[in-house]
Design a protein around this ligand. Sequence first.
Ligand code: ATP
Ligand code: MG
Length: 469
Amino acid sequence: MTPAAPEHRMRLAVIDDDPQNLKMVQFVLADEELEIQTSTDAQGGLDLVRRTHPQIVLLDLVIPGVQGMELLEKILDFDPGIDVILMTGYYSTESAVEAIQKGASDYLPKPLSTEKLQQRIHQIADEAKRRQRSLRLDNDLLENFAFEGMVGRSPLMLDLFSKIRRIAPHFRSVLVAGATGVGKELVARALHALSAAGDGPFVPFNCSAISETLAESELFGHVKGAFTGADQNKAGLFEYANGGTAVLDEISEMPLPVQAKLLRVLQNQEFQRVGSPAPVKIDVRVVGVTNRDLITLVKQGKFREDLYFRLSMVELRVPSLTERLEDLPLLERHFLQHFAAEYKKPISGLTRRAQAALGQYSWPGNVREVQNVIGHACMMTESEFIDVRDLPESINTHRPDRRVDADALLSIREIDRLHARHVLDRVGGNKVRAAEILGISRTHLYELLKDAPEEPVEQPRGTLADETA
Ligand SMILES: Nc1ncnc2c1ncn2[C@@H]1O[C@H](COP(=O)(O)OP(=O)(O)OP(=O)(O)O)[C@@H](O)[C@H]1O
Ligand SMILES: [Mg+2]
């Protein structure tokens, strides 16, 4: 293998008060493609890290004068993306867990086994390279899986994109349904943009919280003297949208008499201004948007059945984020790029812990919430990688409890599985460490996890997935 150019070599800082140990590490790792620098005290070590910005730090946990944990925190404050491996003679599972929760990548007992050290450094260097590659890949993926301002690569979203593409050139009316924040407005925009009227006006209107008279006048316009206060002729939404697309958001809230008039627009492409008998002819596409179940409202007599049937002849359902968690890494990256550019910050990714926390969250606000969370994190972070402490409180306090309930009647295998998950959570998803603590092989751990019923939490996280194993 040809040696890597100096600027491409990984940088390793070793901080240990024992010069013998420093020598040993330098000797053992001399053949690796590493640029090694050392320090025998805490302050010098911290300065070294700040000056040389290494990818990996080997840190002695019991440096005199300062707690290793404290130094670990300072290093990660500087850059949570650095892989810090702790070394100490006082090896215990508890401090290992604590260190890993604080953000250490791993924990090696002293005296160091040279083989283990080499192996671990190799692994981390490979991971770092993979991470770089996957960052590049993700940027490409973003381009490949962007559709009219939407990103997504889950089968559900690819199917939605394909339907939009097929429907857009032909539709007169469409119903777009889905929970809050899933991207219904973006779907309406895409339908418009890809329609024959894509250059025409796009006019959204919110049907909620508006009285019957006002809604009628807003949608269809009125003539002078139609009602008190109508002191001049006024065009309504449909006239503005002529030659383009009208979007009726929260269509379930439209007053019943207005629904009847809307049906006429859909059927005949004509209407009357309030107070005028003269029909107005138009050419408008209508997108009805709802986050409520219209069938239920029809049954309750709150939504006209004929309008529902007319609208739902073509219905697009936008899936919730939990139905397509495969899209989460792509969305994270999409918003990360957006906010990094907006705030002019050199943010290039999320730390492993931050990614794990986002993967465990339930996203009731769907894509809009991802946008808000990443926006918040980009504003807070002072580092190149977004870490858990940059995330809003709501994400960090949301921890699914996977501890085994002592009263539950479970099989041994089920208990094993739950406990394995619990330990894996506690060590931030580090499978190597989790297997070690559990005292089982990694293969065994994988097997246990494979048995798990499909929880959104452990869905494959795409190329951003940063497996420590
Ligand atoms: N697939 C996606 N890719 C990128 N951005 C998205 C995607 N889906 C939604 N967004 C963004 O998320 C936010 C919410 O989307 P949008 O307003 O379309 O949702 P909605 O379903 O209309 O929400 P609401 O029910 O609250 O009206 C917007 O800023 C939008 O740009
Ligand atoms: Mg909306």
